[in-house]
Design a protein around this ligand. Structure first.
Ligand code: GLC
Ligand code: CA
Length: 580
């Protein structure tokens, strides 16, 4: 028994080594051909409503973004992803588009857009546009036509269920106050489908005319010179239009029944043929399906669909009650492994649908806010995959000051509240969760300076500035060499000057350590060691690699405390060493 076990272990070790050498060889072989600008990109996500207001109406605008391009350039980031800027009645802040070829009046004009884009390109910053085509606004011309009569040529642009067939089978809506995705419209005595709000009717992707419209829109923007597309809620576009009964808890398991349904890959292949293959644009869709197989099928290069997966499992880890680092490591390591040979990932811990990075994943107490924000930015910028940095996280901006339901502006928060009341749920608990998790936390105005409204606007901002803006802001942090901002810039430069951080093989070390996330990255002869203390305690870790340190590449604190192969890390300390 004992010998055979030993043999098995031996065999496994030998196999493990063989695998390692193989993947190293492959890295070198793959080399240049697998290099892509979008793999090397560092994406800065801007929520335009909240970035910079230039006309005092309290709403950010395109001129504001243009005005701040020198700042964006100073960060070192190479691309900007803008949340939607198209005409919209703003039921969901621009995710309800009423004209895909025009700019939202709040944000400015097409001239402002053209100017902004050329100023970005002037600075070698690329622009990724958000394409919202699972649904449009109910105020879009297509929908106005579609609902006007049953025989209107636009009728089949959307999903209608004639009332004489009886009530349609239940579908869950994420933003509806009753959770019901069907809305009855008396004008034609029929129901229309809306996975999101009632003002966001779902487009019918089975209709080739709808698909053609979308590709034309994408051509319109690609011809203007935009460099990429992020496809909003795209994994939901394919639907079984017979709308059969679904015998499951749809609210809980909607991804299972809504994501990557039959037809989706055909649409993506067609979009690739019609649009992506014709331009040097990057493509990413929100969500990565139900499992790894779905994710690979969306992004493996030979599939000719999308460039990179944007999976939620990582960002979803943080809960109001906290999270375990062990779980965090498992999730990121599992995705990394799964995509080490084929496909490419997006790396992010925040976006406009989440509360703030440092409040969710770090520690926003005065003592630990700065080190933990730096540590998290170190993580995002040292993993394999394209990093997405959300505006304000480079400063360590925190969650906002929200108390009562009246303080929230987000439709998801407001209709969610109504739904809890409708269902006689626990309103206090809901509000408590909202204060921590609401998307509004991540949408407060950018903190530019210590002056009124944080220098965001001369008028009353659409969403209040967070109280701490007098200390957490660009002006203050620019002049403080040890600020979160300066650490972010340094980390960006480090990634840009070290291919190993982009392409290098990842290896998890000290896997079961409860406080420290340690991993190495290796590419050809270059090897680095990343050490991140995710806790508010001192932590120690013993690693063989510590004997091979040649240099400290970045450190968010002043100390390096190593005795032999054992390093002591201060709370939230983050260090990257280069190794011999
Ligand atoms: C996506 C967007 C989110 C929006 C929703 C509906 O999830 O990221 O902000 O509310 O789609 O368009
Ligand atoms: Ca404005």
């Amino acid at each position: 028994m004992k010998t055979s076990l030993l043999l098995m272990i031996l065999a496994l070790t030998i196999n493990g080594c063989k695998e390692n050498t193989n993947s190293k060889q492959k890295l070198a072989e793959k080399g240049e051909s697998s290099r892509k600008w979008w793999k090397e990109a560092i994406i800065y996500q801007i929520y335009p409503r909240s970035f910079k207001d230039t006309n005092g109406d309290g709403v950010g605008d395109l001129k504001g973004i243009t005005q701040k391009l020198d700042y964006i350039e100073s960060l070192g980031v190479t691309a900007v992803w803008l949340n939607p800027i198209y005409s919209s009645p703003n039921d969901d802040n621009g995710y309800d588009v009423s004209n895909y070829r025009d700019i939202m009046s709040d944000f400015g004009t097409m001239e402002d857009f053209d100017h902004m884009l050329s100023e970005m390109h002037e600075r070698n910053i690329k622009l990724v546009m958000d394409v919202v085509v699972n649904h449009s606004s109910d105020e879009h011309y297509w929908f106005q036509q579609s609902r006007s009569s049953r025989d209107n040529p636009y009728r089949d642009y959307y999903h209608w269920w004639p009332a004489e067939k009886g009530e349609p089978n239940y579908r869950y809506s994420l933003f509806d106050e009753k959770g019901d995705a069907w809305k009855y419209d008396s004008l034609t005595d029929a129901y229309y489908l809306h996975y999101f709000s009632q003002k966001q009717p779902d487009l019918n992707w089975e209709n080739p005319k709808v698909r053609k419209e979308v590709y034309d829109i994408m051509h319109f923007w690609a011809e203007k010179g935009v460099d990429g597309f992020r496809l909003d809620a795209f994994q939901f576009v394919a639907k079984d239009t017979t709308f059969p009964a679904i015998d499951d808890d749809l609210e809980k398991n909607f991804i299972e029944h809504y994501a990557v349904q039959d037809g989706l890959h055909d649409y993506l292949k067609e979009m690739y043929e019609e649009v992506f293959s014709k331009y040097d644009v990057m493509s990413v869709a929100e969500g990565a399906g139900r499992n790894f197989e779905d994710a690979h099928n969306l992004v493996d290069a030979d599939r000719k669909e999308l460039n990179m997966a944007y999976a939620f499992e990582g960002v979803d880890i943080a809960k109001p009650e906290g999270y375990s680092l062990k779980h965090f490591k498992e999730v990121f390591t599992k995705w990394e492994r799964e995509f080490s040979e084929k496909g490419w990932l997006s790396i992010f811990l925040a976006n406009h649908d989440q509360a703030r990075l440092v409040s969710r994943f770090g520690n926003d107490s005065p003592k630990y806010r700065a080190p933990s924000a730096k540590m998290l930015n170190t993580f995002i910028l040292s993993m394999r995959g394209t990093p997405y940095c959300y505006y304000g996280d480079e400063l360590g901006m925190t969650n906002g000051n929200f108390e009562t339901i009246e303080d929230f502006k987000d439709i998801a928060a407001i209709n969610g509240y109504k739904k809890v009341i409708n269902e006689n749920g626990d309103v206090d608990q809901y509000l408590k969760n909202l204060r921590f998790s609401s998307r509004d936390n991540g949408r407060t105005p950018m903190q530019w300076s210590a002056s009124e409204h944080a220098g965001f606007s001369t008028g009353e901002p659409w969403l209040p500035v967070t109280d701490n803006y007098k200390t957490i802001n660009v002006v203050t942090e620019e002049t403080d060499s040890s600020s979160v901002l300066n650490h972010f810039k340094k980390m960006v430069q480090l990634r840009k000057s070290h291919d190993v951080l982009v392409y290098g093989e990842y290896r998890l070390l000290a896997a079961s350590h409860p406080e420290v996330y340690a991993f190495s990255r290796e590419l050809d002869e270059k090897k680095v060691l990343v050490l991140l203390n995710f806790s508010a305690d001192d932590a120690h870790v013993e690693l063989e690699e510590l004997s091979a340190i040649s240099d400290t590449l970045i450190n968010n604190l002043d100390i390096v405390d190593i005795v032999e192969n054992r390093i002591s890390l201060q709370p939230y300390q983050a260090i990257i060493f280069s190794l011999n």
